[in-house]
Design a binder for this molecule. Structure first.
Ligand code: KIV
Length: 270
């Protein structure tokens, strides 16, 4: 199904896309330069993911990134995004204590960055916080399945909800997220059959990562899909470029040119 010509994607546009069977393309970005390229490429949703903790800061997990740091990344992305809907992750520790803390964090993101909505991980345990944020008029995207902020509880980044009990809970939680007003939900690393069932059971758009093709859209981490992070090679990741090699080749050439005095030449001086 071809792209509808939206001038600005909204949460309503995503709902329309689901109704029409038009797939939603979402990718992460964390800075002005890349967000501009992503926006120009007509991506529907830019996620300022807390994966910035890994990709931008080199941490092992998403836990260390702070609310201030997420707002810094989000502000840069919003400046570049003319068409895409910009959604920002609430980082670990900014919403788990109580609904008022969650609301304050979401308000800071919206007010200081100009983003269009927030995403947070979890189901029943964060229901009250999600409701409180939505009551304030802030669009919320849920995130079920593998939730990386709980990595130390899970103990691994393996596929989630393979067992009946966890699969049943996920199906109940997606209905709950729809009922309390989430505009969409990310389904991360769950069996494709379960993701398809979840997608059919809800009216809100489902965005998969490692959840198969029968969801309403897909999300990937930008640096992973551009081939900038060769060490990360999960089955679900398709690499659309080899920027690692392209960038290193260019920088090596520059370094060699400097050392051999080939750069700058006469035309490149004043
Ligand atoms: O932080 C992130 O990049 C995410 C996506 C992987 C869905 O949450």
């Amino acid at each position: 199904m071809s792209n509808t010509n939206y001038t600005r994607i909204t949460t309503k546009s995503l709902q329309e896309m689901k109704s029409k069977g038009e797939k939603i393309a979402m990718v992460t970005a964390y800075d002005y330069s890349f967000a501009g390229l992503v926006d120009k490429s007509k991506i529907d949703v830019i996620l300022v993911g807390d994966s910035a903790s890994n990709v931008m800061a080199g941490h092992e997990t998403t836990l260390p990134i702070t609310l201030d740091q997420m707002i810094y990344h989000a502000t840069s992305v919003v400046r570049a995004a003319k068409r895409a809907l910009v959604i920002v992750d609430l980082p670990f520790g900014s919403y788990q204590s109580d609904p008022m803390e969650a609301l304050r964090s979401a308000i800071r993101i919206m007010k200081e960055s100009g983003a269009h909505g927030v995403k947070l991980e979890g189901g029943n345990q964060v229901k009250d916080s999600i409701q409180r944020i939505i009551q304030a008029g802030i669009p919320v995207m849920g995130h079920l399945g593998l939730t990386p902020q709980s990595i130390y509880k899970f103990g691994s980044y393996n596929v989630r909800a393979k067992e009946n009990l966890e699969a049943k809970r996920l199906l109940e939680e997606i209905i709950m997220l729809e009922k309390i007003g989430c505009f969409g939900v990310v389904l991360e690393k769950i069996p494709a059959a379960l993701a398809e069932k979840a997608t059919k059971s809800t009216k809100i758009p489902t965005i998969g990562i490692g959840a198969g093709k029968n969801v309403d859209g897909q999300v990937l981490v930008l640096h992973d899909m551009l081939g900038m992070n060769k060490e990360f090679s999960p089955r679900f990741l398709r690499r659309y470029s080899d920027l690692d090699e392209i960038i290193c080749r260019a920088i090596t050439q520059y370094s060699e040119d400097v050392k051999s005095e080939k750069f700058p030449n006469k035309k490149e001086q004043y």
